[in-house]
Write a protein that binds this ligand. Structure first.
Ligand code: KMH
Ligand code: ZN
Length: 275
């Protein structure tokens, strides 16, 4: 089995300080959380950005500031920007951070109910995002919230907009998407094209059990406050690092080494660190 790549989704777009006081909001706070997660064992950071008032933004300048602060503190970490942004944002807004040439960007290949809202990713929009990533040489992480999004990704492969082997993030447990159950994870993993790599992002209480499954099955793991603010039932996680450290300990107990940034770049077929 390859070493385990741990991704930390440190902030997300939907939470605020009323949900958890540990949520980073300013570029400095987000960078500090990202690097604390990296020093705890995460080799990749999934980034969202916040405006000065704490609201979600896809402004390239804010992302640039975060990435600059991350690179100053922990230059080796793999930076993945979100193109999901927050529900209700336009395609133009969401695409902005691609222009910064990050290592990777998230790419959701279908529309999904997202709690009370709709996370819109119609096919023309997904094509446009994939094309933008292709033009800027940004590697996509294909975000799968339900089964139909896998054949949608393969359709883009056929159209020449995505190139195999693909890297997937199986996001399980969003209200409106596939539930965060072991059966659903197994089904999605079995549905991936041969040669793909995958990580799992279990939402809420699904984060820990699905992380353990991924360690055993040879997948990779995403944890972090974006997906789950609790360390255990009723106990908030004091930032992202405790969630990462727990995965490192579990991987060690289960005999799976944790990837270094260089190993993660090899596994994900990424170039050396970008400035
Ligand atoms: N905030 C969600 C609506 C992504 O980053 O690409 C979408 C999301 C996925 O977080
Ligand atoms: Zn996200």
């Amino acid at each position: 089995m390859e070493p385990l790549i741990i991704t930390a989704a440190v902030v997300g777009a939907e939470l605020n300080r009323d949900d958890t006081a540990y949520l980073p909001l300013t570029p400095g706070e987000i960078a500090e959380e990202a690097c604390a997660a990296h020093f705890a064992g995460a080799t990749m950071i999934h980034l969202h950005a916040r405006a000065a008032d704490g609201s979600p933004t896809q402004d390239a300048q804010v992302y640039a500031q975060i990435i600059q602060e991350v690179r100053a503190r922990c230059p080796d970490v793999i930076v993945q920007v979100s193109t999901g942004g927050a529900v209700g944002m336009s395609a133009e807004e969401r695409l902005q951070p691609i222009s910064l040439h990050p290592d990777m960007a998230s790419l959701t290949t279908g529309t999904v109910n997202f709690s009370e809202d709709i996370f819109v990713n119609d096919l023309p929009m997904v094509r446009r995002f994939a094309q933008a990533m292709r033009l800027q040489s940004v590697t996509p992480e294909i975000e799968i919230f339900d089964t139909g999004m896998i054949p949608a990704a393969l359709r883009l492969v056929k159209e020449g907009l995505l190139t195999e082997p693909l890297h997937f993030d199986l996001v399980l447990g969003v209200p409106g998407g596939a539930a965060g159950t072991p059966k659903n994870l197994l089904h999605l993993v079995e549905s991936l094209p041969v040669g793909s790599t995958w990580t799992v992002a279990g939402i809420g209480a699904a984060q820990l059990p699905l992380a353990v499954m991924a360690i055993i099955l040879g997948g990779h793991v995403r944890v972090g406050l974006e997906d789950n603010i609790y360390y255990k039932r009723g106990v908030l996680s004091e930032g992202n690092a405790p969630l990462v450290s727990r995965v490192v300990r579990l991987a060690d107990e289960l005999g799976r080494p944790v990837a270094t940034p260089a190993e993660a770049r090899r596994i994900l077929r990424l170039e050396a660190t970008r400035a």
